[in-house]
Design a protein around this ligand. Sequence first.
Ligand code: ARG
Length: 401
Amino acid sequence: MTERIVLAYSGGLDTSVAIGWIGEATGAEVIAVAVDVGQGGESLETIRQRALGCGAVEAYVADASDEFANEYCMPTLKANALYQGHYPLVSAISRPVIVKHLVKAAREFGATTVAHGCTGKGNDQVRFEVGIQTLGPDLKCIAPVRDLALTRDKAIAFAEEKGLPIETTKKNPYSIDQNVWGRAVETGYLEDIWNAPTKDIYDYTATPEFPPAPDEVTISFEAGVPVAIDGVRVTPLQAIKELNRRAGAQGVGRIDVVEDRLVGIKSREIYEAPGAMALITAHKHLEDITIEREQARFKATVGQRWAELVYDGQWFSPLKRSLDAFIEDTQRYVTGDIRMVLHGGQAIVNGRRSETSLYDFDLATYDTGDTFDQSMARGFIELWGMSAKVASGRDIRVAGK
Ligand code: ARG
């Protein structure tokens, strides 16, 4: 029986050419698998037909947009996950869900190998292959760009020679990856890190310099998950999409960073994640009133570690799973409403309310009638400073000798 290979297919030039390229290099049959993670653009049926036109024996489309929002974006939101303080893990969280569907397709179509279109320099090859090793330990991995010398020039020549139904002339200097959680753009003139991004690279966000009138929005959460926007019930997917639209119109969520890749390279990336950044901001402010101080401080470091693990391709690892359990436990009381104004590139919270809030007006107020006994503070401060005071006494004693 001819060997079968499942290919992660995007519909673009590289993976379209990879279908025939893999076939010629290995003699295997190729099954193209496209996964909908809310990337928009062409219809998945168009993409499916193109895969068949490029020589795939089967083309399979998985609608994973709700699954991606519920099981990948929501944990990222609960963790307030921002890799290196900036990046909401847009591409990093899409790889594990794509892997799940690739492995499923490999089982269904009797494939022995999974292929992806990543280069040998990035994080995504690691995320794909670690994921595949974990979910399908018997499956082999192959990356035609990395392992079968499929360069861009060769891809264009191959497509033209074979008359593949794909555009080869449209010159796009950027490498773009996008899904409902956001969009990542790199390469081209952006590789000179002094160059400012030009307007043409943005798609999810409008220029914040000329914003429309301020847009006030109320986001309601239950146990850390957005459930309503301005009082209208929404699913997580709908919440992200609605805020992509409204925060995007105000230019919220543009990020320009140099980040540390797992493979040891620093690289420049432009992100746009209007919905994700608006949601993370609102969620963080709701946590500020509903999570106890020590739990909140510890959670911040857990969230950071969680982001590193996910960035580094450890989505299916035991530590990530344990941190998920911790984070989930912290979300129990993260229920309530956040009001925020979206305007001119910013999402600014200006109101919060919650039945499970720890904010106590009677303790906090400076008006008369507060319930806080200020006389308790003197003794507290005395004891709080005690160990440092004893140590400084020792410093003076030793220096005097
Ligand atoms: N640097 C990001 C990450 O490693 C995005 C990778 C994909 N970016 C791209 N423009 N193709 O998660």
